[in-house]
Design a protein around this ligand. Structure first.
Ligand code: ZN
Length: 214
């Protein structure tokens, strides 16, 4: 009788053309309110990044954050650490956790559940600020992706549960509360050394195609 194989096959790789479209949408295009996407450029951190929690410090949110920070370190090759900045030259992401009621009094009824803004110079990010309603803390992966340079959302006809992403809209079938396999690939690509901060969309797409072909 043949011995059954015990080899574990790696999960199938998403097709390169689809991965490139996914990357383009979330990293290189910018959504506009009520309009079509406009072209952007590479925006990302280029050194260690401190992630500091302010407001409520719920242990389960902190544990989730530690895990996501470890994933970011692994995928980007940069150090993402939870705590106060060790050096002023390090990038910084501040996460403020509050109740949904406080979020509403800040932004009004119908305002965001969670929110992120980031700031940089010529494509090199230096800081970001995330605000999270503690009742909706499952948005942490979504907001962290915005914070590290993914300025768009995963929307449109391709954004189905076959191509899941933390950057899909809340309640969309494609939405995940963790970095999906697609997100992980996109994070690796955005932080590939060949994609320099500030690279315009068309050049970045050619480079991304080369990276994917490897
Ligand atoms: Zn968002």
């Amino acid at each position: 009788m043949p011995t059954p194989s015990t080899a574990v096959l790696p999960p199938p790789k998403p097709p390169a053309a689809e991965t490139l479209r996914f990357f383009d949408k979330i990293a290189l295009l910018r959504g506009t309110v009520g309009g079509s996407d406009r072209p952007g450029y590479v925006r990302r951190f280029d050194g260690p990044v401190a992630i500091e929690m302010r407001g409520f410090d719920r242990p389960e949110i902190r544990a989730d954050l530690e895990r996501l920070a470890d994933s970011l370190s692994e995928l980007t090759g940069l150090e993402f650490y939870v705590g106060k900045k060790r050096l002023s030259s390090h990038g910084g992401i501040v996460i403020e956790t509050m109740s949904y009621a406080d979020m509403q009094s800040r932004y009004g009824q119908g305002g965001p559940l969670c929110f992120c803004r980031n700031w940089g110079n010529g494509g090199t990010l230096h800081s970001a600020r995330i605000e999270i309603s503690e009742e909706y803390a499952d948005c942490l992966a979504h907001e962290l992706m915005h914070a590290i340079g993914f300025d768009n959302h995963w929307t449109g006809p391709d954004a189905t549960d076959a191509r899941p992403s933390a950057l899909a809209r809340r309640y969309a079938p494609a939405r995940t509360s963790n970095f999906s396999a697609w997100d992980r690939k996109a994070i690796e690509m955005l932080y590939d050394d060949r994609l320099k901060p500030g690279t315009p969309r068309q050049s970045a797409l050619s480079l991304a195609e080369t990276i994917l072909a490897e």
